[in-house]
Write a protein that binds this ligand. Structure first.
Ligand code: IVH
Length: 674
């Protein structure tokens, strides 16, 4: 009898739930998973199966209850424990120092600690915990009354469904409390959501904030679950009031209990340091994976909060230092059409240049016909343009008032490709117009640039100007022609000398050595990005096995679904594409790879590496372990099977000793692998 089956179903279910909660926290809150997604799914499936067999044991705080639930009719309203207020704004240093001066005056103190946090651009939410369990999630609403969106809140993995007694005690929290914070959608999830909506023929959301706010108020919780919303906590209350002595301690207590608290935070009594934080974060703003619109500065001491009180709708103890708007108003001078690698025609608005957040914006994407219809834009219209994260500037809405009269010219998609005159079609159910000419020069240029780019065949020197000349002079008609370029041909081009021609030929030659996955990626098949190409190469081990795979065989590959499988079969059903592959074979590219048959020696074992090994780099050791079926995790826990310690091993070694986890050195690892 296995150890597991000795447990009562109740115990087994609780143990699984604990494991899942632990891994959810590692993955969603700490960003540091210990197990693969597949292993996580397995645990979840096990739990679902057990719960299905014992429905009487299903509880509202079970991780399985995050997903699903029935669509509901509107949301009931409920009153907040205390008003959810807004913040007063400061737009520059002077206004900020004025606010701080008032704080000093009203408190009669010369030194006051301030906590700086990011002002996340999302939607605020209040979560009620009763007896450590999440019992209610309310939107801000009008500040006094919000909408009860509990079912949707439950789908968000960054919201703990329950916090156990020990954790609450350790963090100094009572069993009944309230957490307030911001629901946000990361830029990545936002882009993915819009891409999917576009494919389904739906309109795009204007920005991550609207997407987050719209998602949390959706009626079908299973759709909310797909949206991957994040919740960052920034307030801890009891009976509507803060109760720990300081705000910074509240943030730390929240973190200890498993809530996600933004790591970019600072506590200081030096106003110059506050301003330094404001400026530093503004410089990093573009690199953050979510959107922020400023910094919130809060007085740290709760006692001073009570002393300072409120003005109208905002507390005196906090201020939002707002960054310059990353939007502006300008006029659409024209709408141009750009042709991409897959032949997709993208309408671009040519704008009267407008400075927005430190750069001059001249173009904004209009995505497709649906977006143009949604906005109702015409050439000559005045529009609100917004820049956000790494998203290309986009048009939020058309402005219409006496100073901004409407434009007159409607935009029509061309029926012929602006690059080659080829036919343009919009397939039924698709949002995009495409040029169907396989030999369209724009497609050629874009595919050459993709093929030569750094993460693909890495042919340095093959940039836009060279590619344009090669395509225009018909020296290269597809990517395989790159391999028949000669010094003589290159020297016939403008701005290229003997030395750069030779360098380029060497780069081209080197690219022949790149592994199979790069070749697969280089073909530019729709939806086949870096990771998919890698999985395909690992699974099939050769181009031949890959190109002859059926629709069903393709779907056997990890992470390949019907959409990708269809794109691949469609690609290889075109004789010209098969011909291209043959010419790449003749050019000497790598068509064989290593079919990854993982070993089983270390199957199911989790390793943690620490310190420097005498003969292997960390990457080498990791690869050896993974090739033998083992896993490598970043941190030591009870689930770690071995810690591999080299020289100068750090705190992970201490932790391993503390948890009595077997520690091996490089020799020990080699023995395990042998
Ligand atoms: S404190 C009374 N902290 O900004 C205190 N708000 O303009 C109000 N926000 O409604 C909230 N990040 O939705 C606070 N770190 C943060 C925030 C934050 C974003 C939002 C919140 C609030 C709005 C006020």
């Amino acid at each position: 009898m296995s150890a597991k089956s000795c447990l009562t179903p109740e115990r087994e279910i609780e143990a699984l739930r604990d494991q899942i909660r632990h891994h959810e926290h590692r993955y969603y809150v700490l960003d540091d998973p210990e197990i693969s997604d597949a292993d996580f799914d397995l645990l979840m499936q096990q739990l679902k199966k057990l719960e299905a067999a014992h429905p009487e044991l299903v509880t509202a705080d079970s991780p399985t209850q995050r997903v699903g639930g029935k669509p509901r009719e509107g949301f009931p309203k409920a009153k907040h424990s205390s008003p959810m207020l807004s913040l007063d704004n400061a737009y520059n240093e002077e206004e900020f120092r004025d606010w701080a001066r008032r704080v000093y005056e009203l408190t009669g103190k010369k030194k006051v600690d301030f906590v700086c946090e990011l002002k996340l651009d999302g939607m605020s939410l209040a979560l009620t915990y009763t007896g450590g369990q999440l019992t209610r999630g309310l939107t801000r609403g009008d500040g006094t009354t919000g909408e009860d969106v509990t079912t949707n809140v439950r789908t968000m993995p960054t919201v703990p469904l329950r916090i156990d007694q020990k954790k609450l005690l350790g963090a100094g929290l009572p069993p009944d409390f309230e957490v307030r914070g911001e629901v946000i959608m990361s830029i990545k999830s936002f882009l993915r959501m819009n891409e999917e909506r576009e494919q389904q023929g739906l309109s795009r959301a204007a920005n991550p904030r609207n997407a987050a706010a719209g998602s949390i108020r959706m009626l079908d919780p299973s759709t909310v679950a797909e949206r991957r919303l994040d919740f960052y906590s920034y307030f801890l209350l009891r009976d509507g009031n803060t109760f720990l002595p300081s705000h910074f301690e509240s943030l730390e207590a929240l973190e200890k209990c498993g809530f996600k608290v933004n790591p970019h935070r600072l506590c200081t009594n030096d106003l110059d340091k506050v301003l330094d934080f404001v400026n530093r974060m503004e410089a990093q703003r573009e690199k953050l994976p979510y959107e922020i619109d400023g910094i919130v500065v809060k007085v740290d001491s709760s006692q001073l909060w009570r002393q300072l009180g409120f003005t109208g709708k905002a507390p005196r103890w906090a201020i939002a230092y707002k960054y310059a708007a990353r939007s502006g108003v300008t006029q659409i001078e024209d709408i141009l059409v750009q042709v991409g690698r897959t032949g997709k025609l993208t309408p671009l608005a040519a704008l009267r240049p407008v400075p927005i957040g430190g750069t001059t914006v001249k173009r904004a994407t209009l995505h497709n016909q649906d977006e143009i219809d949604r906005l109702g834009v015409k050439i000559g219209d005045w529009v609100l343009v917004e820049r956000g994260g790494d998203v290309i500037p986009k048009i939020v809405k058309v402005i219409e008032d006496k100073d901004h009269p409407r434009g007159k010219r409607s935009f029509e998609f061309p029926t012929r490709c602006p690059e080659c005159g080829g036919k343009v079609v919009r397939a039924e159910g698709e949002a995009d117009h495409r040029c169907v000419n396989a030999k369209c020069p724009a497609k050629l240029r874009e595919s050459l640039l993709h093929f030569a780019s750094r993460g693909v065949m890495n042919i340095e020197g093959m940039g836009e100007s060279l590619v344009n000349q090669l395509a225009d002079r018909q020296l290269v008609k597809d990517v395989a022609d790159i391999y028949s370029l000669t010094e003589e041909k290159l020297l016939s081009l403008e701005r290229i000398g003997k030395k750069s021609a030779q360098n380029l030929l060497r780069e081209i030659d080197n690219s022949r050595e790149l592994p199979l996955e790069r070749v697969i990626l280089g073909l530019g098949i729709r939806f086949v990005g870096e990771r998919t190409a890698e999985l395909l190469a690992e699974h099939f081990g050769s181009i031949d096995a890959f190109l002859n795979a059926s629709f069903d065989e393709l779907q056997q590959v990890n992470e390949v679904g019907p959409r990708v499988a269809e794109a691949i079969t469609e690609y290889f059903s075109e004789p010209r594409n098969r011909e291209l592959v043959e010419r790449l074979r003749k050019a000497g590219l790598k068509f064989e790879g290593q079919k990854k048959q993982r070993g089983t020696k270390l199957a199911g074992k989790t390793f943690v590496l620490t310190g420097t090994l005498p003969n292997f780099s960390r990457d080498q050791a990791k690869k050896m372990i993974e090739d033998a079926g083992g896993k490598v995790s970043g941190s030591v826990s009870k689930k770690t099977d071995y810690v591999v310690a080299g020289n100068d091993a750090g705190s992970k070694l201490d932790k391993a000793q503390e948890l009595k986890i077997p520690i091996v050195d490089e020799d020990g690892l080699t023995k395990l692998l042998a």
